[in-house]
Design a protein around this ligand. Structure first.
Ligand code: BDR
Ligand code: CA
Length: 342
């Protein structure tokens, strides 16, 4: 093509060059500018390795941590471990809120272990935390970002973003979309009959985010409980044979046991990793735009997400609710990405 281009008149050549430059920058612009807010957590670490192995599509600006599955010092350590295991120490990790907005803190050590990471031995990573709090990082970044340019993946309680929105409501200008692992409708809850952990851990924060008017996508238990490990899928990951695949295999083998036993499932969900799969390949998932309300009143429905699936209320649609996903497609994508790591 370049050889023929030499024969074209000067103006035509310039136009061709300009269109090539525009096409290249359009491709670069298609990368998702991403902040991952997380409370690692076994499935969070799998999600982080998945995301950090996908630099072609995801421009990860930072990881921000929150108390959730375990205390903040441990979720922050585990996020730094995931970054180290992925060989991506250039990605900053900011620590955020040590407790929910209003409710008493709860943790999930019974599921994720005392260190928040089942099946592997933890150590103090070489690289430390970035200076400053996650809340200030979110405010500064989103306030000065190009309009609607930054996607936030929320893998834990939504406390950090809620605090940032309360302090500086105008940060919504920088947000393109918030993709949340949380909530439950058809499936029922995993903390109470109706509430899922991330919403139950800080329903007031989820309410703030819902009311902010930003574009929201929810990946609730409805979909994560349909994307389950199996012996074959875990063997598929083990067959990669690199360090990342060994870590993920060890983490998942331990992590899925509890859910398999409790729910009588043939395999276990990898909740938070579905958010990353959704960002990379939304065509693997189906859902619909709905009206969602979070119940933050004390009582048996505390933390419940009330979803108007059939539009009975004719209320404004404030979220896209993912209901189903291609389980084998998810594990194929995860395997392909883990194979890119050491
Ligand atoms: C969610 O709760 C946490 O324990 C997991 O990390 C996931 O984010 C699933 O309900
Ligand atoms: Ca999580």
């Amino acid at each position: 093509m370049y050889r023929y281009a030499q024969k074209l008149p000067h103006l035509l050549r310039s136009l061709l060059l300009l269109s090539l430059i525009t096409a290249t920058s359009a491709q670069a612009a298609e990368k998702i500018d991403l902040i991952i807010d997380t409370d690692p957590g076994a499935d969070d670490v799998v999600a982080l390795l998945f995301a950090l192995a996908s630099p072609q599509e995801l421009n990860i600006r930072a990881l921000t941590t929150v108390a959730g599955n375990v205390r903040l010092d441990k979720t922050s350590r585990n996020a730094r471990l995931a970054r180290e295991w992925a060989g991506r120490e250039e990605v900053p990790v900011y620590a955020g809120a040590p407790k929910p907005l209003m409710r008493t803190p709860i943790y999930a050590e019974n599921i994720h272990g005392k260190e928040g990471l089942s099946g592997v031995t933890v150590h103090e990573p070489k690289e430390g935390l970035a200076q400053g709090s996650a809340i200030n990082y979110l405010i500064d970044t989103l306030k000065t970002a190009k309009p609607h340019s930054i996607t936030i993946a929320m893998l834990g309680p939504q406390t950090n973003l809620a605090l940032a929105l309360i302090q500086e409501p105008e940060i919504v200008q920088g947000i393109k979309e918030v993709v949340i692992m949380g909530g439950a409708h058809f499936n029922g809850g995993n903390m109470t009959p109706v509430a899922e952990f991330n919403l139950f851990a800080d329903p007031q924060a989820a309410e703030v985010v819902l009311k902010s008017g930003v574009k929201l996508t929810y990946l609730p238990l409805d979909v994560t409980h349909k994307i389950l490990t199996s012996e074959t899928r875990l063997k598929q990951i083990a067959a990669i044979g690199n360090n990342a695949s060994k870590l993920v295999g060890n983490i998942l083998n331990e992590y899925v046991k509890g859910d398999m036993e409790h729910y009588g499932l043939a395999g276990g969900p990898v909740h938070d990793a579905t958010v990353i799969a959704y960002l990379l390949k939304p065509e693997l998932f189906t859902g619909r735009a709905v009206n969602v309300v979070v119940d933050s009143r004390e009582g048996p429905t505390f933390g419940q997400t009330i979803v108007d699936w059939y539009d009975g209320l004719k209320a404004p649609k404030n979220a896209f609710w993912v209901e189903s996903g291609d389980a084998q497609g998810f594990f194929d994508l995860l395997t392909e990405r883990l194979a890119r790591l050491q």
